[in-house]
Design a protein around this ligand. Sequence first.
Ligand code: SF4
Length: 399
Amino acid sequence: MFFWKKKKAEPKKPLGLYVHIPFCVKKCSYCDFLSAPADDATKKRYVDALCKEIQGYKELTKEYGLATVYFGGGTPSVLEVSLIGQLLETIQKNFTLDMQRAEITMEVNPGTVTPDKLAQYRSMGINRLSIGVQSAKEKELALLGRIHSFADARNTVQWAREAGFDNISLDVISALPGQSFSDYQENLEAILALEPEHISSYSLIIEEKTPFYDWYAEGKEKEADLPDEETDRAMYVYTKERLAEAGYERYEISNYAKPGFESRHNSSYWTGQEYLGVGLGASSLFTNARYHNETDLLTYVEETEAGKDVRREIERLVEAERMEEFMILGLRRMCGISRMEFQNRFGRPLETVYGSALKKLKVQGLITVEGDRVALTETGIDVSNQVFVEFVPEEFVRR
Ligand code: SF4
């Protein structure tokens, strides 16, 4: 007698899905993200187009399963709940998504949600929230152009807990205009009092084409002075020390988490896992290529509706670039990179490619090489851009 042995299905490769929602109630004074206010009809039309773009990737489901989904923006929470439901349903229909195991994050801004909205997000399967709090001081929030008060942020966290969210991240920005060291200390304490599982802490960067740029970079009349370098540095050091004391592990340059609550989606970027970005201006990385979507809203919507490809730039990554990404993104993580993983991925030992750079950086005290792992030292983190340049392929470095 002859028995067929059932062939075991190949496990699917993990993929992160980023969904860009480019709408906000109003533009913040420091923001250069691809986002703007829009009316309800525009939002609905955009979501319909986005669903069509997602459907176009259905073929990927043969090879990939979604490990994480991230609704970012913009402010995803400005959408009607039914539109988020439409997006989640489309994702589930077109991809393999285990709702029990996947991390499904949504960025939320205080002032755009109600207890009912949050409860509906939770019942749809969203299991992680990233809330843009930024500051606990009304004066700072007003200067940043945020639409909410700190009381709104506190309410949002409380409603989220009541809705059953047990994985909440809060964003805080330091080195704000007019901010003293003790102002920042008070902000951080107020954030800690909300007991989030995860905190992302960034120092303000003045980006071009923002009102802040006009006020500060061009030396025009300004509302308040920016903290000096020494104060900025003191805030940075304080964040590390205070959050460590409060039980948060720093796992990436700007990210801190209680054990087991690291962002799986963002970690996939830093570990070089493949991801698909859908929506206006979204980027993707898979099959050794990087893609960037159209950035004009009307063009994106019209072309998606017409069934056209909205990917504008497709960069085939050569091996040297993939190695560079592996090193630069991996070194952002406090645990650094694994030499064995490098060898498995690129078929040769790390030292044969970056031997002299590693030696130089080690002598300078900017990296540690311990067993399998290479990581930045505290000094290395401070001058990370200087370290990262050592891993850029020769032809891209302007000497
Ligand atoms: S809410 Fe976020 S994305 Fe929107 S304008 Fe403000 S900083 Fe930018």
